[in-house]
Design a protein around this ligand. Structure first.
Ligand code: 2HA
Ligand code: ZN
Length: 293
């Protein structure tokens, strides 16, 4: 390396050292979202997990991308079940296994990690965080499969979010778990629903979480849906930004809340299918026509 290169490299390092990663917008977003989701009661104890694909250049403003703290194996992954090739070298900020959303905001360095998918595809390289020896969420394989499925549909997808929203979960026990019927009921509950999730809600039956099987099944649903219900467990949502993904889950949850508040009383009024068509047309969204009656 020439003298000028050395100087430039030292300059970059000094600049980086002056930047506090806990103040980085992507760390703040994770902290604020986890706090908000906890406050809403969607992430009790260690419930829920988020993964957010980051821009390498943006991360490089804060971290030396050549400094790998340690390598974390991908848990619960049967290599034959999925191929992470499209994600090799991609950097994610992700919640840790066993960590509580409640604690993320006050202690991001122990509860969050920034990881890069390793070239050998067997693990991830820790670039920051999980300071107490922690690891990525047990659902990270599911998240990676969902990222790949969503990226194939929308190259701008960045976020995958899992949580246990209360009313959506409650609804799982009293409403038929049929994609058309559940989506239709939710669309009827708030005027904006068909505009926010025109692709509807996908549903998986109760399955064991943290496994390849549920990851593969979720990713499979994510080809058609940005939100997937894990029956009697929670939801998986995906989107371009943290706000968009949160807003999607929030809207489904709001509709489920209205449903739970009204389902044991006679229904006198409703949003009609013809009204939903008007909404979808006004906002120019491509909706599941086969989900209307
Ligand atoms: O990470 O919510 O589904 C805790 C969970 C697992
Ligand atoms: Zn869960």
């Amino acid at each position: 390396m020439g003298f000028m290169d050395e100087i430039k490299k030292a300059g970059r390092e000094i600049k980086r050292a002056c930047k506090d990663i806990t103040a980085a917008p992507f760390v703040r977003e994770m902290c604020d979202n986890c706090a908000n989701m906890y406050r809403l009661g969607w992430d009790e104890r260690n419930g829920g997990n988020i993964s957010y694909m980051l821009d390498e250049k943006e991360v490089a403003e804060y971290l030396d991308l050549n400094k790998v703290i340690r390598t974390i194996p991908l848990m619960g992954v049967n290599a034959a079940a999925f191929d992470v090739t499209p994600l090799v070298g991609k950097i994610f900020i992700v919640t840790g296994t066993g960590k509580y959303f409640k604690n993320v905001k006050d202690d991001p360095e122990n509860n969050l990690g920034i990881v890069r998918v390793a070239q050998d595809k067997k693990g991830v390289e820790l670039l920051w965080g999980f300071a107490d020896g922690g690891r990525t969420t047990s659902e990270f394989p599911s998240h990676m499969m969902c990222h790949m499925a969503r990226l194939a549909q929308d190259p701008e997808n960045r976020v995958v979010m899992h949580c246990h929203p209360t009313h959506t979960l409650a609804m799982n026990y009293v409403h038929e778990l049929d994609e058309k019927k559940l989506t239709h009921t939710l669309w009827e509950m708030c005027t904006e629903c068909i505009v926010v999730f025109p692709d509807g809600v996908g549903i998986l039956p109760w399955m064991l979480c943290g496994t390849d099987e549920i990851g593969v099944a979720t990713a499979d649903k994510m080809r058609d849906f940005r939100i997937v219900v894990w029956a009697m467990h929670g939801v998986y949502g995906a989107g371009k930004t943290m706000d968009e993904t949160f807003g999607l889950i929030e809207t489904v949850e709001k509709a489920a809340q209205i449903y739970m508040l009204t389902c044991n009383r006679p229904r006198i009024n409703t949003i009609k299918d013809e009204d939903m068509v008007k909404l979808a047309e006004l906002f120019g969204v491509k909706y599941r026509k086969d989900f209307l009656n």
